[in-house]
Design a protein around this ligand. Structure first.
Ligand code: FAD
Length: 389
């Protein structure tokens, strides 16, 4: 059975189209763009034309929506070509879901149609220099000003795509004194303007080409209707729901990087010879390949399971967390083994495996570290009385 069999024929076509795009347009240029740290202008334009930025947006708002399993497999394809491309639509999709679930009709009509075409790109801003795991301790504050709007002060860091995203879903405190703290947290839909500075592009190990930046808010004004859904104090719960999509997306990115590493290693192990035979015939190398394929298949099944649960409308904080945890640790191990299998060439920037090895660690950290995923899973296990619902 092919992985795509879980999808309708129409959705299989969507994934195949993206697969072709990756093989023909992305893989031939990814290494060069990566090493030059070049923003992939042409590829992003092609992704817009393919409708990739509208895959989570209903037709009434101009999108071409697909099921969550299809979204996962599209993301896997993009990341197989270059993880940075999947990153370019990660936060964007989380914001689309936030708007759909919680936005007022006016907010949906304002942002979703141009987000669907990719004309408006969006990102999420949660992490601050003082911490990203403990979000209730965040310090960015939006205070009501005299005309009923908000004045925002604070700083965010590691915000991906933020230079090019016209829309930023900003997690901040509208009531810094609230107890418990999450009751004072809101999401503000923020746009660039005076008082918002993209202060720095952060240098990174991998995930090149797309920018991850520091943002500085210094009396940045946002209108009164910038609060997602119109009611303050709901932002923490809203973002936790949005992160279910984000974590599925990161799990899918890990599948893509893991698959690319396995495919390269499998090909190389059949070409390269030592001691008179292709190296895959040495038991150690064959065992690596078998373990890589086994864990990748398990990771994909876990991710698709979480995606199906999400599609059924169920809460998937634990399921998406488990998928993200397992798929990212798997990708890291597969990338390392791909380097081993390539011997010295695995360390060469003239091959792609060193890129997979640099990209894989992001997935164990981003969208909530794997330590946090374990915390979520353990507390959900206790709350739900085990795995079965
Ligand atoms: C390339 C890149 C892109 C990113 N893009 C974005 C983005 O677009 N938007 C955004 O908002 N953020 C983004 N992030 C930030 C990312 O989400 C955070 O780095 C991550 O959530 C961890 O936060 P931190 O770095 O502050 O680590 P900390 O929270 O300081 O954690 C440090 C260590 O302590 C552990 N730890 C902390 N608390 C606990 C606990 N309770 N139990 C167990 N262990 C714990 C962590 O797991 C980690 O190992 C990005 C990060 C990177 C590297």
């Amino acid at each position: 059975m092919s992985t795509l069999d879980v999808l309708s024929e129409d959705e299989q076509l969507v994934v195949r189209t993206v697969r072709d795009f990756v093989d023909k347009e992305v893989r031939p240029v990814a290494r060069e763009l990566e090493h030059a740290n070049t923003y992939p202008e042409v590829l992003i334009a092609q992704m817009k034309r393919l409708g990739i930025f509208g895959l989570a947006i209903p037709t009434e708002y101009g999108g071409t929506p697909v099921s969550t399993p299809c979204f996962v497999l599209v993301t896997e394809e993009l990341a197989r070509g270059w993880m940075s491309l999947a990153g370019a639509m990660g936060g964007h999709t989380v914001v689309a879901k936030l708007l759909l679930h919680y936005g007022t009709e006016q907010q949906k009509r304002r942002f979703l149609p141009t987000m669907a075409t990719g004309e408006t790109r969006a990102t999420i801003a949660l992490t601050e220099p003082s911490g990203g795991s403990d979000l209730q301790a965040l310090r960015t504050v939006a205070r009501k000003d005299a005309d009923g709007g908000y004045l925002i002060n604070g700083s965010k860091t590691w915000i991906t795509n933020s230079r090019r995203s016209a829309l930023i879903a900003l997690l901040c405190k509208t009531d810094p004194e609230a107890k418990p703290a999450h009751r004072g947290i809101s999401i503000l839909l923020v746009e660039h303007g005076p008082g918002l500075t993209v202060s720095r592009d952060l240098p990174k190990l991998g995930y090149k080409g797309v920018e991850s930046c520091e943002l500085s808010f210094d009396d940045h004004r946002a209108p009164a209707d910038a609060v997602l859904g119109g009611t303050e104090g709901k932002g923490f719960a809203q973002m936790m729901k949005g992160l279910e999509t984000g974590r599925l997306q990161v799990a899918a990115r890990a599948l893509g990087v893991g698959r690319a590493a396995l495919e390269d290693a499998l090909a190389y192990a059949q070409e390269r010879e030592s001691f008179g035979k292709p190296i895959w015939q040495h038991q150690s190398i064959g065992n690596y390949l078998a373990d890589m394929a086994t864990s990748l298949t398990a990771a994909r099944q876990l991710t698709l399971y979480a995606a199906r649960e999400a599609e059924a409308g169920r809460r998937v904080d634990m399921e998406a967390g488990m998928a993200k945890l397992f798929a990212s640790e798997t990708a890291l191990q597969i990338a390392l083994n791909a380097v081993r299998i390539h011997g010295g060439y695995g360390y060469s920037t003239e091959f792609d495996v060193e890129r997979y090895f640099r990209d894989a660690p992001l997935m164990i950290v981003g969208e909530g570290t794997n330590e946090i995923q374990r915390n979520v899973t353990a507390s959900q296990l206790v709350k739900r009385g085990g795995l079965d619902r």
